[in-house]
Design a protein around this ligand. Structure first.
Ligand code: ARG
Length: 470
């Protein structure tokens, strides 16, 4: 029976309750209210209202005196919210009605004129657009900072040799700097996606009103300009029903989170005792409550784990929007929590990753030792057979395979075989082959565009600094 209980008194909602004889059921109030989470939009909501108010005055839709009172009142509301004095009310559903109601309490009936030629439908579309734009403007430089951290470490480790993996099996020696710069490219694309999203979302829905436009002589170009948009949206129905910018932002966040989780996973692996490629300081590890020796890379694990909620937000948003008829549907109120959560998680993970990248200490001796093990220079040997003896690569591959098998059987590295032993498999091999059988020679030889040679990495660092300058 609780669901039938009436709340809100017999007057109903004082903002829209004209035709209502009674207030909402308690459970209706509960499911309907968004103020618990959309109070985060207060600054955007008030910025939009200030611009709308200026436009109403400029078009003489309201008087200059009312306009002044409204702006003064809105600024007071903002101050009250920021100082924590504001009393948010669930009865007033959302941030829009909470602000307007308080405005009217402060300045009187003139407050009721602010909503002329506007609906909560274009208002909320505007607020969320501005919020996403503000968030991109904060996150994008954070990604640039993460890139800067990676580039600095790449410069430091341009010649530090580590094993490169495919299938997480030792493949060929690479340089640690080169590995770190791979992530710089990924985060560069992520920044590009955020910039694309920002460019596309930067149009104003104000003026669409509920859905069909307004009979008042409004000037949507003016409000668009005042709020830093490129212009107003072309179609009022699209203006109130579009949430592409939320989905696009969270899609970009998802891919960024995927990249962060890959780097996190590598950090976790590199820190583990069997690897010992890097260590994180006390600042970025936690201890175990039972095992005194432990140093757990929790920040990396959490950055790896949070991808779930960010991609989850993407799925939630697409599922919520699919099949929604034009125009606004209350379903769309469900966009905010996933959006906020995805954005908060992303910011946290990007900052934590930048911290870890700056904090980590490489263990070059260990990296080199592992890089040199497991016949990682076998490809160099095959390439030598092609270049010096003119063998077809397929045959060179075969010969090298036989040499690896021989070395493995004797439990020595490739350069642990004698020339005579090698010649039992390929008689034309000369002493010159030993030059290519070290990990240093292997990486130094990979000078092709985008390759891992230390000289390349040094150039790539300079290039990355230019391309990804903040
Ligand atoms: N709280 C609503 C939302 O977040 C605001 C728009 C409500 N519009 C309406 N006509 N009820 O979507």
């Amino acid at each position: 029976m609780a669901a039938r209980k009436q709340g809100g008194g017999k007057a109903g909602n004082r903002m829209w309750g004209g035709r209502y004889k009674m207030g909402p059921a308690e459970i209706m109030e509960k499911i309907n209210a968004s103020i618990g989470f959309d109070k985060r939009l207060y600054a955007q909501d008030i910025a939009g209202s200030l611009a709308h108010c200026d436009m109403l005055v400029a078009r003489k839709i309201i008087t200059a005196a009312d306009g002044r009172a409204i702006k003064r009142g809105l600024k007071q509301v903002k101050a009250e919210i920021e100082s924590g004095r504001f009393k948010f009310s669930t009865k007033l559903e959302d941030i829009h009605l909470n602000v307007e109601s308080r405005l009217t309490e402060i300045i009187g009936p003139a407050g009721g004129r602010l909503h002329t030629a506007r609906s909560r439908n274009d208002q909320v579309a505007l607020d969320v657009r501005l919020w996403v734009r503000d968030t991109i403007d904060r996150v994008e430089p954070m990604l640039a900072d993460l890139q800067a951290a990676l580039i600095d470490r790449a410069q430091e480790h341009a010649a530090t040799i580590m094993p490169g993996f495919t299938h997480l099996q030792t493949a060929q020696p690479i340089t640690f700097g080169h590995h770190l710069l791979a992530y710089v490219e990924m985060f560069g694309r992520d920044r590009g996606r955020l910039a694309d999203c920002r460019a596309r979302l930067n149009v104003s829905p104000l003026g669409a009103a509920a859905l069909a436009g307004s009979p008042h002589p409004i000037d949507p170009r003016k409000t668009a300009r005042a709020l830093g948009f490129d212009g107003p949206m072309a179609n009022s129905l699209d203006a109130v029903s579009d949430r592409d910018y939320v989905v696009e932002f969270v899609a970009a966040a998802s891919l960024t989170a995927v990249h962060l989780s890959r780097l996190s996973e590598e950090i976790v692996i590199w820190c583990s005792a069997p690897f010992r490629f890097i260590s994180l300081s006390d600042a970025f590890t936690t201890g175990s409550s039972i095992m005194p020796q432990k140093r757990n890379p929790d920040a990396a694990e959490l950055a790896r784990g949070k991808v779930g909620r960010i991609v989850g937000a993407f799925v939630a948003l697409c599922t919520m929007m699919k099949g929604l008829p034009l125009t606004y549907g209350k379903d769309m109120q469900e966009d905010k929590e996933p959006l906020f959560d995805a954005a908060d998680s992303l910011e946290l993970c990007v900052a934590a990753m930048a911290g870890m990248v700056r904090d980590l200490k490489a263990n070059p001796e260990r990296m080199r030792a592992v890089a040199a093990a497991d016949y990682s220079v076998a490809t160099d040997l095959a390439d030598w057979l092609v270049r010096k003896l003119g063998l077809p690569f397929r045959q060179a591959h075969h010969v090298t395979g036989a040499l690896v098998a021989m070395a493995a059987e004797k439990d020595v590295p490739l350069d642990g075989l004698t020339l005579q032993q090698m010649r039992t498999i390929e008689p034309k091999i000369t002493r010159d082959v030993f030059k290519v059988l070290t990990v240093e020679a292997s990486v130094a030889a990979r000078k092709s565009l985008g390759g891992t040679a230390p000289a390349n990495v040094a150039r790539a660092v300079a290039d990355a600094r230019k391309r990804f300058a903040r």
